[in-house]
Design a binder for this molecule. Structure first.
Ligand code: BGC
Length: 473
């Protein structure tokens, strides 16, 4: 979900290593390993007009000028996509609930909205698909945003009241809860890079305050959910990005890379792991009371690697030039920037980092924007290989959720970036499976990856391996 500038210009080589299917031994996964997809309410439901994101859209802040509109029409017919997920042989689906529908005005809960979510969860179970419900995926009700969102003195309590209501109403159909999706992305894009509402730029202190507040909300939600539901499993979805020093022997590059890693990857993780931040940020908040650890699993959303170079002209951005070099595997370009390097080994870096927390891990998002399916099959094959090796090494990875089932509304990039295993035409709502969708179905259905699967699902091999030339900003 992070975009960045590109420092390269001119011709791009592919940087894409071919998948040699003959050299891929059959990789078998443990029984019960969950193959799934992830989605989020605002991106798929359609006609959401009561959240801060709808105002953001109306005020022309989507770079492509697009509107989410009907999105994937889930509010009327999520079942059509649940059929597709079942057809792919998936056993899990992560979705989120839209707070602005469930509590359209402060303190007023809409029973018909929660009934619709009950219906969706039942429909998933009926198809043999286990739901995982996320309580907050970037979208706030307008009334909550207008009163100061999580910075309002009541903000955390209001979120908790909403979370308790949802869990009470949906617990019959859901055991796995994700409190927050990517607090670090919400903080970075909303307060530092200005790409998400409320559009703050360079407000690093505010971003950090948001992270400590969300960590407190997570801990309280974790405890509340356990009070309400015996056997609940509660975690959050952590976005992990690999930052690579551009010149590995150049001290200033090493230093800015370290700062980026600390601020973006480490802050929230450390709050949940240790209950406090490391010096000099430890004065920012009271220690969180995490008892024996405030999560039952760690959810990881992993996409990209970025290179980081020291650049004293970028004072407002902590002197960091974050970019994607030429000749690395890349998906499609965003409206203004490249999306990032598609980097399967990022999964290893993320899993190894959170191993110290000692909790089961779910990969809750991984994918690439790729309308033509040039590179997604390559990504899936290499990520699955990485997962298989990590599991063999003893890491407790319980599932992989691809982002995403059908193309959907990609936040500030609108409909520009296409992440689906199915292509979607948002006007006609027509869905067309991509080659990577067939490949993923074979993997999920067989709980393994074999060379024959690659041959059979992608008979023409991969499409153009050439990288796009993204404009540099
Ligand atoms: C977000 C999704 C988003 C995806 C692709 C993730 O960071 O959770 O909502 O669509 O990235 O950019």
């Amino acid at each position: 979900m992070l975009n960045a500038g590109s420092n390269g210009s001119g011709r791009r080589g592919s940087g894409l290593r071919e998948v040699d299917s003959a050299a891929t031994p059959t990789l078998k996964f443990p029984p019960g390993f969950l193959w799934g997809v992830s989605t989020s309410a605002y991106q798929v439901e359609g006609n959401n007009d009561n959240s801060q994101w709808s105002v953001w859209e109306r005020s022309g802040r989507i770079k492509s000028g697009d509107r989410s509109g009907q999105a994937c029409d889930w509010w009327n017919n999520a079942e059509r996509d649940f059929d597709l997920a079942q057809g792919l042989g998936l056993k899990a689906l992560r979705l989120s609930v839209e707070w602005s529908r469930i509590e359209p005005e402060k303190g007023r809960y809409d029973e018909s909205a929660i009934r619709r979510y009950r219906e969706m969860l039942q429909a998933l179970h009926a198809r043999g698909i286990q739901p995982m419900v996320c309580l907050h995926h970037f979208s706030n009700p307008l009334w909550f945003e207008q009163q100061g969102a999580f910075f309002h003195p009541e903000g955390v309590d209001l979120f908790l009241a909403f979370a308790r209501y949802v869990v009470r109403e949906l617990a019959d159909f859901c055991q796995h809860w994700v409190t927050f999706n990517e607090p670090n992305v919400y903080a970075a894009l909303g307060y530092v890079l200005g790409e998400f509402p409320p559009g703050g730029r360079g407000k690093i202190k505010l971003g950090l305050r948001l992270l400590t507040t969300l960590a407190r909300a997570h801990v309280l939600a974790y405890n509340s959910i356990h009070e309400l539901q015996l056997g609940a499993k509660v975690g959050w979805a952590h976005h992990f990005t690999v930052f690579q020093p551009s010149r590995p022997r150049f001290l200033p590059d090493l230093m800015v890379t370290r700062v980026m890693n600390e601020l973006f990857n480490e802050t929230f993780l450390r709050l949940i792991e240790k209950g406090r931040l490391a010096f000099p940020l430890n004065h920012l908040h009271r220690k969180l009371d995490c008892g024996t650890g405030c999560c039952d699993f760690v959810g990881l959303n992993v996409y990209s690697r970025f290179h980081v170079a020291f650049d004293q002209r970028r004072f407002g951005q902590m002197c960091a030039n974050i970019f994607v070099p030429p000749n690395v595997p890349q998906g499609d370009c965003g409206v203004e920037q490249p999306y990032g390097e598609a980097y399967p080994a990022a999964i290893r870096a993320a899993v190894e980092r959170v191993a110290a927390i000692g909790k089961p891990v779910y990969i809750l998002e991984n994918g690439v924007p790729d309308a033509q399916d040039r590179i997604r099959p390559w990504l899936i094959v290499n990520v699955v290989r990485e997962l298989s090796e990590l599991i063999k090494e003893g890491h407790d990875i319980r599932g992989y959720f691809h982002w995403t089932l059908t193309d959907n509304f990609e936040w500030s990039e609108g409909w520009t970036l296409r992440f689906g295993l199915y292509a979607l035409d948002p006007k006609t709502q027509e869905r067309t499976i991509r080659g990577s969708g067939r490949l993923y179905a074979a993997i999920a259905g067989g709980n393994q990856l074999s060379p024959e699967m690659i041959e059979e699902t992608l008979p023409g091999g991969f499409n153009a391996p050439e990288n796009p030339v993204c404009s540099s900003f």
